[in-house]
Design a protein around this ligand. Structure first.
Ligand code: DQA
Length: 150
C-alpha cells in the first residue's frame, strides 16, 4: 500500500496463489518467484523515476481495500487479479473507483486456456492487457505505464 503521496507512484496488485510462483505449475507460470518479479519491478521503477508499491493477497477484500486506499495516491495500476480476473465484479468496481491508467497482466495466455479463463472482468476497463509473456509482461507493463503517465 502506498505510504506517501507522490505524483509518480505505481501500485502493483497480485491476486491469489501468486505467492506460490516458482513452485506452482512452472510450465504455465514460469520459474520466477513473486519476490523475483517484485524485485525486478522495483529496479525498473527506480530506473524510470517512479515510486512503486506491491501487494499480494489471497483474499478478495484485502485486494479491494488496498486498491481503495490507493485512491488519490497512485497514478497507475498494474494488476494480475489471478483467478479473481474471471469472477470478481468487486475488484473491477474498485479499479473503476481508483480511475488511473491500468495494465492487466497475466503470466500465461488466458485466451489459449480453458474457456472460463478467457473471460476477464478487468479487460474492458483496463488501458491494456499483457497476457502470455511470462514475468517479462510486468516489465512491459511498467514501461507502458511510465510512458502513459509521463
Ligand atoms: C493468471 C491466470 C489465471 O487464470 C490464474 O487463475 C492465475 C494466474 C496468470 O497470470 O496467468 O492464478 O492470472
Amino acid at each position: 500500500m502506498p505510504k506517501r503521496v507522490s505524483n509518480r507512484h505505481i501500485l502493483v496488485i497480485h491476486g491469489p496463489n501468486l505467492n506460490f510462483l516458482g513452485q506452482r505449475e512452472p510450465e504455465q507460470y514460469g520459474h520466477q518467484t513473486l519476490d523475483d518479479i517484485n524485485e525486478s519491478l522495483h529496479t525498473k521503477a527506480k530506473e524510470l523515476g517512479f515510486q512503486l508499491s506491491d501487494f499480494q493477497s489471497n483474499h478478495e477484500g484485502e485486494l479491494i481495500e488496498t486498491i481503495q486506499k490507493a485512491v488519490g495516491r497512485v497514478q497507475g495500476l498494474i494488476i494480475n487479479p489471478a483467478a479473481y480476473t474471471h469472477t470478481s465484479v468487486a475488484i473491477r468496481d474498485a479499479v473503476l473507483i481508483l480511475a488511473v491508467p491500468t495494465i492487466e497482466v497475466h503470466l500465461s495466455n488466458i485466451h489459449k486456456r480453458e474457456p472460463f479463463r478467457q473471460r476477464s472482468f478487468i479487460a474492458d476497463i483496463a488501458t491494456g492487457q499483457i497476457t502470455g509473456l511470462g514475468a517479462a509482461g510486468y516489465l512491459f507493463a511498467i514501461e507502458a505505464l511510465a510512458n502513459i503517465i509521463s
